[in-house]
Write a protein that binds this ligand. Structure first.
Ligand SMILES: [Zn+2]
Ligand SMILES: [Zn+2]
Length: 413
């Protein structure tokens, strides 16, 4: 049934692509996705088109009428980006898990950018196997960007990741502030009992090996990864203390940027120019934030000022970088506040812009960026596609049970 749905959706997609081409401004300006909107007048889209010279009027099309069904193949020339967590700091909720972005490429590669609390729920809803979540890039070491790592590391080999987990993250001002100490040593210490327990019951192969790659946070830009036609660059982000970075992933003439948490800065405006998809953090309005958190306004203002990017400043970033599509992420967004965010961004930018939502999917190709939402299966089982090379657990569970415990096992059921 699901396959049939997918086929009919594909047929609808190709059938409607000609019609959407003819609709032009209606398709762009009228596109509204679950309350958020790609706000681009035909005039502004035309300006974009002229300035870039390669895109057409339907360059960015939101398709609230089409679902993304998990399992859909990535086209060979396409970059597919899924927001797996758009939540803000302490505000993690069913509609918005902690920060994480999943990038899949037509060459078969896939990358996770950040792994905030609860994001694994969205990966599972979208039926991403753990074996596809083995390269994780961290913008900084706040737990709203890293806390699901322990789960991913521990449970990966129980499902189907039997290779080392690769984690790429920034150095710190001192070694103890860097990714090796915090994440490498931290994960090992946090998960020892869990790993031994699972290794005594499941075949894990190399699944509990960790490869930590530290990236010099001062480099502008530095190369975080270069393989199989994929280049991932990083540069400094300005976020409270030293050691935060932003990422740009490039492949096949396509590119996306994830800012991570940062104040608006010139490293971003230099490095993100002309990017296809600029996914940028966006701070809540301080007055709203203070009211919701029962926090003194001065504290809320300070959090935003020293660490984050208000919507108006985001508009300025878009104006200076001119992405094909700008996307808000990492902000507690409620429907009644869309207008406030749009007004802030559109102070400086009237090009294509989307307020990001969890499980929102961007199919990025040279021809078009299409925006859809993932169909929600709220009781999915995790999916595995790889098999271990051994079917024996690495550890012998009998070694972990004293005779006295063994005597108490019920056997008569
Ligand atoms: Zn954050
Ligand atoms: Zn942060």
């Amino acid at each position: 049934m699901r396959k049939k749905d997918r086929q009919s959706q594909q047929a609808l997609k190709s059938e409607t692509s000609r019609r959407t081409f003819l609709k032009t401004s209606a398709a762009v300006a009228g596109a509204a996705l679950a309350g958020a909107a790609v706000k681009a007048s035909s005039a502004s889209a035309a300006t974009q088109t002229k300035s870039k010279g390669t895109t057409s009027l339907q360059d960015v099309v939101a398709r609230p009428d089409l679902w993304y069904y998990p399992g859909e193949e990535v086209a060979p020339d396409e970059m597919r980006v899924t927001l797996m967590g758009t939540g803000w700091g302490n505000i993690i909720r069913p509609a918005q898990m902690g920060a994480s972005i999943f990038v899949e490429l037509g060459n078969g590669d896939s990358f996770m950018l950040d792994a905030g609390p609860g994001c694994i729920t969205n990966y599972n809803c979208m039926q991403v196997p753990m074996s596809r979540m083995n390269k994780i890039f961290l913008t900084h070491l706040h737990l709203d960007h890293t806390s699901d790592l322990a789960w991913i590391y521990s449970f990966g080999p129980v499902v189907d990741r039997f290779v080392p987990l690769e984690i790429y993250g920034p150095t710190g001002m001192t070694p103890e502030l860097g990714t090796k100490a915090n994440i490498g040593n931290g994960l090992k210490a946090l998960t020892k009992w869990n790993r031994d327990s699972f290794a005594a019951s499941c075949p894990i192969d190399d699944g509990y090996k960790l490869e930590i790659h530290e990236l010099d946070y001062l480099k502008n830009p530095g190369i975080a990864y270069k393989k199989n036609g994929v280049t991932i660059k990083h540069w400094p982000a300005l976020h409270v203390i030293d050691g935060a970075i932003s990422f740009k992933l490039e492949w096949n003439g396509l590119s996306m940027v994830w800012s991570g948490d940062t104040q608006p800065n010139q490293y971003m405006t230099e490095n993100a120019k002309g990017v296809d998809l600029l996914i940028h953090e966006t701070a809540p309005d301080p007055a709203r934030y203070a009211m919701a958190q029962n926090m003194p306004l001065a504290v809320a203002k300070n959090v935003v000022k020293v660490s984050h990017t208000p919507a108006k400043a985001l508009g300025k970033i878009f104006k200076l970088t001119k992405p094909r599509l700008g996307v808000t992420c990492h902000s507690p967004v409620d429907p009644q506040e869309y207008d406030l965010i749009h007004r802030g961004v559109h102070t400086h930018w009237d090009g294509p812009y989307q307020i990001g939502e969890d499980r929102m999917v961007f199919n990025v190709s040279k021809k078009q960026i299409m925006i859809r939402k993932g169909a929600l299966q709220d009781r999915p089982w995790s999916t595995g596609v790889e098999q271990p090379s051994t079917t024996k657990p690495a550890l012998d569970n009998r070694k972990f049970r004293t005779a006295i415990f063994q005597e108490k096992v019920l056997k008569d059921y």
